[in-house]
Design a protein around this ligand. Sequence first.
Ligand code: GUN
Length: 283
Amino acid sequence: MTILDGKKHSEEILNDIKNQVEELEKIGKRKPGLAVIIVGENPASKIYVNSKVKACEKVGIYSEKITLPENITQEEILKEIDKLNNSEKIDGILVQLPLPKHLDEEKICNAISTKKDVDGFKAENLGKLVLGKEEGLVPCTPQGIMYLLDTIKDINLYGMNAVVIGRSNIVGKPIASFLINRGATTVVCNSKTKNIEEIIKEADIIIAALGKAKFVTENMVKEGAIVIDVGINRIDGKLYGDVDFENVSKKSSYITPVPGGVGPMTIAMLLNNTIKAYKGKGV
Ligand code: GUN
């Protein structure tokens, strides 16, 4: 069993980005810039946003953290986005999800300029991924997962059975697109899927992204499967993935830990997308 070390790989990516930013500065160019909007007091969101801003500081990317109150109106947040869309310092804009219930997430994410959509959530960017174009602004977590899979020597997804557990717009749907593009026979499950254990047992690759601590257990996993754990479940202050790591790791060929697996890769890919947006490669 090999652990896919997201922390290590993300540090390599951040180092590479740091070098790119230094090169830009040497030739007198402005720094790439990322704006992160957070609304309200969701404690998990606060942690994620702070990690994103810290990562920017680490590599020399200019960042703006915009903290808005829980009761902000739709119009006010759209005005903020408009300002950032027109800012010459900002290449990427991210609105941390989930938003408070009275706000329309889809409308707000769609207000972000397509070329600054570093989350890759807009139809234009997600659509390109579905059509097989992977070099644009593609969602960060799926991009990070693909990076980790590509670190496996001689991996060829063509003909592999992949099972994605969870069908979110942020992870489930875009990672399924990546896997389909690479020729994996891809099944996307949800909480009502019948015989889910048997389906997971057929998988050569399991992507667990449903948000239930230790949902994937040893008895559901085929010997030698590759297991990617996207879950971040906080219980009494401790972090658990969607996979029972201790027992599943005994059967898997490769597995990502929580923490230190997919999480740091998501942040690395966000900065990667910010560089892409800066270079105008987003669209
Ligand atoms: N909430 C959970 N994951 C994400 C993400 O990747 N991007 C944003 N904007 N919000 C999230």
